[in-house]
Design a protein around this ligand. Structure first.
Ligand code: CTP
Length: 459
């Protein structure tokens, strides 16, 4: 079922019941940006749950979640998630011809939404099908790529301080700018995040990390003074220090670059977290060695140990912790394997320690190369190609060492009508050789067919 079909259905039921229903919020925003979605928020001018119940009956939907107290209802239909909310209806005025009066409840609802781009309504009834009600010029803000609040920013943010992070999430995801008055208000209301549960904050935080270019969001959180509230450890990474002729790079900017690099290569949230935290212990381990420069010895291991309390405080799902610890702990190891003298066993040790995460570890290591010197970057990348190849070679060797014919001894005896003895081993060897030579693939069916073929030669 298409969006148009479902919206038409809802419109028909609305006309039948003589209530006005509008699609609103993210669905309309995304539709105007040519990205139709499956989550549709709807405003019913009147009784939201009542309308949802009537619609459910029409469409024979059995599961409906009602929150009568909040005048909301949710239901699912053919892959769509529909969320209804009731808006104040001036019952006695509903049949007036003046649209401005009919829409009073709707306008009120829209004005209490977070951003103008989310405060556009799309008519579904016969009398206004496909019309946009856009009292705060949200459409123009989509064109101008602007995050602006419908009311004065402090009112909008104070009503629900989570909107502070939502502003940053939308700005990052859509690559929009936050209007100057809203940006100024963010800094003023940042402390109000206190009243928001850590779970909701972390959810927004992880969504920002999940965008195409997370650095934009971290820079905004930093500018708005929100980063010290949510993740003070990251603020410690800022700054450059110079002594003698040595300076180190700004770890904050480097970290953001690494996060963006990882985001270009993978959508995996845990891997982006590993990028975010890979150098978290650099401030704690920073030393200056006269004549030699700056060192950060042990920042991999100490960084890994810093994670547990941070994850606990931020209520980041526990299942991500051991993964991120592992990657932070191992993030320097592949670089150490770039020299030719490295033994197979050193490579094997890292393969075993990294386990299933070895490919992710290599992504993180590649992302960690942020030098501005292209020749040096190329040199590092070549080194990683070499390490990757060494790992593949060692893996292949180990696999071959434990390699066995897919057709086992008992079966060979049964097929050939022989009993245990050197002949079984000889046949098995022939099958294995055929696989190693590439005559047959390393699969049971092929090996079995091959056994039938060579049986008469041997027996
Ligand atoms: N909304 C709001 N204030 C909030 C949360 C939501 O005003 N704190 C409103 C916005 O109008 C928003 C709508 O409720 O568009 C739906 O919220 P949600 O589903 O969280 O956001 P979407 O805009 O649909 O964004 P997404 O695409 O990320 O789901």
């Amino acid at each position: 079922m298409s969006e148009t079909e479902i919206l038409n259905k809802i419109g028909q039921v609305a006309d039948k019941l003589s209530v006005d229903v509008y699609a609103v919020g993210g669905f309309v925003r995304d539709m105007l940006m040519q990205k139709p979605g499956k989550d549709i928020d709807l405003v019913v001018v009147g009784d939201g749950p009542g309308f949802a119940k009537a619609l459910a009956k029409q469409l024979r939907i059995r599961n409906i979640v009602l929150f009568e107290r909040f005048q909301t209802a949710m239901l699912q239909y053919r892959g769509f998630q529909l969320e209804f909310v009731g808006a104040r209806s001036e019952n006695y005025l509903v049949h007036t011809r003046k649209p401005i009066v009919r829409e009073a409840g709707l306008q009120d609802d829209l004005s209490r939404r977070d951003f103008t781009i989310n405060a556009i309504a799309y008519g579904l009834n016969d009398h206004n099908k496909g019309q946009l009600i856009d009292p705060f010029d949200g459409r123009r803000d989509i064109e101008r790529k602007l995050i602006r609040t419908p009311l004065s920013p402090e009112i909008t943010f104070n009503e629900d301080p989570l909107r502070i992070l939502r502003a940053i999430r939308f700005a990052t995801r859509l690559q929009f700018t936050i209007a100057p008055d809203a940006m100024a208000a963010l800094a003023k209301v940042a402390h109000r995040l206190d009243i928001i549960s850590q779970e909701r904050i972390t959810d927004e935080f992880l969504r920002i990390l999940g965008t195409d270019k997370p650095s934009l969001g971290f820079e905004l959180m930093d500018q708005a003074g929100i980063l010290p509230v949510i993740l003070p450890e990251m603020c410690e990474l800022k700054g450059i220090e110079q002594r003698e002729q040595f300076h180190h790079k700004d770890v904050f900017n480097h970290t953001l670059k690494v996060v963006d690099n990882v985001a270009d290569m993978s959508d995996k949230l845990e891997l982006r977290l590993a990028a975010l935290f890979h150098d978290i212990a650099k401030p704690a381990t920073k030393r200056f060695v006269s004549g030699a420069g700056w060192t950060f010895h042990g920042h991999d291991e100490i960084g890994a140990r810093m994670l547990k309390p941070i994850f606990k405080r931020m209520r980041i799902p526990n299942k991500m912790l051991s993964y991120v610890e592992k990657l932070v702990r191992l993030h320097l190891r592949p670089i150490a394997l770039t020299s030719e003298e490295v033994t197979d066993s050193a490579v094997r040790r890292l393969l075993v320690q990294a386990g299933e995460e070895v490919d992710d570890l290599l992504i993180l290591c590649r992302a960690d190369i942020t030098s501005g010197n292209t020749a040096r970057v190329q040199q590092y990348l070549n080194n990683f190609d070499y390490v990757t190849k060494r790992m593949r070679d060692v893996e292949e060797k180990d696999r071959m060492r434990t390699f066995q014919s897919p057709v086992r001894g008992e079966e060979i005896m049964a097929v050939c009508g022989i009993s245990a003895g050197p002949q079984v081993g000889k046949i098995k060897k022939m099958i294995e050789e055929a696989i190693l030579d590439g005559t047959i693939p390393n699969e049971y069916d092929a090996a079995y067919a091959y056994l039938l073929k060579i049986k008469s030669e041997v027996v």
